[in-house]
Design a binder for this molecule. Structure first.
Ligand code: MG
Length: 177
């Protein structure tokens, strides 16, 4: 489906509303997961290390994302582990392509999100919608200047995660291309 735009999808923020104000959000289930990106920041043997990271996920999101006219690609610090840890819990395929980041991820010298430059390189001129909680106007300006195809940057507040209006926006944007 290479004629479809890419949907570059972050985990923490859009799928996992880690800053939710209420412990129980309708439609979400709490999981304890142990992604490498998080484990490496925990003290080995600590209680947190043993228990894992609390991640809230909405099991309906996979089908809703798969129903959009995009090729969904992971664009997350979870990297490959989004396929093994997140996909099966929300009903996405476990073999989605994954944006590769430099290791270790480096802070951007120009104040952009650390993902912005590697992501543009990876997208290689294909139209994309990028769904992430860390996007700023600076990233949008950089993408507008350096990406030679349509791009939608959709910032998702980590208090909320993806909501109905976001799915509608993604659909209408892809259909407008
Ligand atoms: Mg995030």
């Amino acid at each position: 489906m290479t004629d479809r735009p890419l949907l570059l999808l972050d985990v923490d923020g859009p799928l996992n509303p880690f800053a939710a104000r209420f412990p129980r959000m309708r439609g979400y289930t709490s999981h304890r997961l142990r992604p490498t990106v998080w484990l490496t920041r925990q003290a080995p043997g600590s209680r947190r290390h043993r228990r894992g990271l609390r991640v809230r996920l909405n099991a309906s999101h996979g089908a809703r994302l798969a129903g959009l006219p995009y090729e969904t690609v992971w664009a997350s610090a979870w990297a490959d582990e989004a396929n093994s840890l997140i996909s099966p819990r929300i009903g996405l395929p476990e073999d989605l392509r994954v944006v590769a980041w430099p290791t270790p991820p480096a802070a951007d010298p120009g104040g952009l999100c650390w993902k912005t430059r590697p992501l543009l390189e990876w997208a290689a001129g294909r139209p994309f919608a990028w769904v992430d909680d860390m996007l700023t106007d600076r990233d949008a300006a950089h993408v507008a200047e350096h990406h030679d195809a349509p791009a939608l940057l959709l910032r998702i507040p980590p208090q909320w995660g993806l909501r109905n209006a976001d799915f509608a926006r993604l659909r209408s944007w892809a259909e407008s291309l």
